[in-house]
Design a protein around this ligand. Structure first.
Ligand code: ZN
Length: 453
């Protein structure tokens, strides 16, 4: 039985409040720190370079520069390089697995936005630094009045604004789509995207925003679509809800690919086997339909199975040297064999590559969609730097980079190290201003968690 964790909103508020030493970066002196912290991956003799970087076991503030928000990106300062940026509101490689400590991410012309403990950070790719997205003078960035507070399971970039969904009781007990500027200003409620009364609910799909349409799930697992700016009374039901006894064993994830929207349902059958079923989401329930099932290729899917839909094709990694390419129009499946020890690993995708983290977390392998291996990155020096790392998750991959969150002492620990891995050049660096790096955590501190199931 899969372990399912609940995270209490009140506890989330509390943990957000504990984000002391919130990092920030000045814009001065950039030339001397560009590319700082890179470690050659396949040459462990360089690992000592990282020994002083962001030691998560110390509560040091020495890595942080005094609060100065001059580098929060300005909306007037948007630039170049829109070529590879998906501006539909849905960025498939950023549609991450909603990890507790890094639940949402999106990409703008300026760089990445990442969320940790309810607060939004800008990641300066050049400097490798996290910057809290709040320019309020005197703000301590630890309460709901902070401009960086979003506490959201959705983060989208659309028409020059960031969109998020806030559902904490302080803001509005109904889940509400909100917009904000890239510099953290002008938070605006756009529309409610919840029909039923607020109540304790878990295991709902995270909403997605694509091409001015929002897809969301109610707590009974019914699926709706509603247009941007519309009242929730105008939402159209696409899929009926599920019986309550299925709610713990059925998970959903939305997706979009061009004009097409999808929902993948992972559920457990009576034998304890798990399956994925893919639904194409139409204008209404009559033309929404199930179009694929993982039982066509595997008898039971693993927890680590992951997938990516692009240009009408479903790439399905069944976590065991098996990558499948399924044409969603014809239904034809093609198995792509991957060389190397990919058994049990977890995957992240870009439009060009599948990147696999080995089951023991010590190695990253990159393949193209033909199955050709493009890179092999040895992560051993991470474990030499931090002997207390017990596990890691791939967050997302983009271009030449893949981001990895490694947990200190216990899985999903709030004390974590974020790594950017440049697999093309065989190097990686710790993002030393990642807020999880400044958290001291002892596993006895059970107040962070409520576990059910
Ligand atoms: Zn603030």
């Amino acid at each position: 039985m899969k372990k399912i964790f609940i995270f209490c909103v009140a506890v989330l508020l509390l943990s957000g409040c504990q984000a002391t030493n919130v990092p920030n970066s000045g814009t001065e002196d950039t030339s001397s720190v560009v590319n700082d912290g890179w470690i050659n991956a396949n040459n462990s003799s360089n690992s000592q370079n990282s020994s002083s970087v962001g030691d998560g076991l110390q509560n040091s503030t020495s890595n942080y520069i005094d609060q100065n928000n001059s580098s929060v990106p300005s909306v007037d300062n948007l630039g170049e390089d829109k070529t590879e940026l998906d501006l539909s509101g849905f960025q498939r490689n950023m549609n991450i697995n909603s990890l507790l400590r890094l639940p949402t991410a999106c990409k703008t012309e300026k760089g990445y936005y990442l969320q940790n403990e309810g607060l939004l950070y800008f990641f300066d790719n050049e400097l490798g630094r996290m910057i809290v997205v709040c320019g309020k003078p005197e703000c301590s960035h630890n309460d709901v009045d902070c401009n960086a507070w979003i506490n959201s399971k959705l983060l989208s970039y659309y028409d020059g604004k960031l969109y998020y969904v806030n559902g904490d009781a302080i803001h509005n007990s109904y889940k509400t789509l909100c917009s904000m500027n890239l510099d953290g200003t002008d938070h605006t409620d756009v529309q409610v995207i919840q029909i039923s009364e607020p109540s304790w609910s878990v295991n709902c799909a995270d909403p997605v925003f694509v091409n001015s349409t929002i897809y969301f799930m109610e707590r009974d697992h019914s699926v709706y679509r509603v247009s941007l700016g519309q009242k929730v009374e105008n939402a159209v039901k696409l899929i009926d809800g599920e019986p309550e006894d299925m709610h713990q064993t059925s998970e959903w994830k939305f997706w979009a690919d061009g004009e097409n929207a999808y929902a993948m349902n992972r559920y457990m059958d009576n034998n304890g086997d798990e399956h994925d079923s893919l639904y194409w989401l139409g204008e209404n329930s009559a033309n929404t339909r199930k179009i694929w099932s993982s039982s066509q290729i595997v008898s039971s899917t693993s927890d680590n199975a992951s997938w990516y839909i692009m240009d009408g094709k479903l790439y399905y990694y069944a976590s065991g040297n098996e990558l499948w390419n399924i044409d969603l129009n014809s239904g034809n499946s093609e198995k792509i064999s991957l060389s190397g020890n990919t058994n049990g690993g977890t995957a992240a995708f870009t439009d060009e590559n599948i990147i696999i983290l080995s089951a023991n977390g010590r190695e990253i392998m990159t393949f193209d969609f033909g199955g050709a291996k493009k890179a092999n990155i040895d992560l051993s020096s991470i474990y030499q730097t931090y002997s207390d790392i017990v596990g890691s998750d791939l967050i997302f991959a983009d271009g030449d980079s893949v981001f990895l969150l490694a947990y200190h002492k216990t899985f999903m620990s709030p004390s974590s190290a974020l790594y950017q891995i440049d697999w093309v050049n065989g190097r990686f660096r710790e993002v030393d201003t990642w807020p999880g790096a400044a958290v001291n955590f002892e596993p006895e501190d059970h107040e962070y968690w409520i576990q059910v199931g």
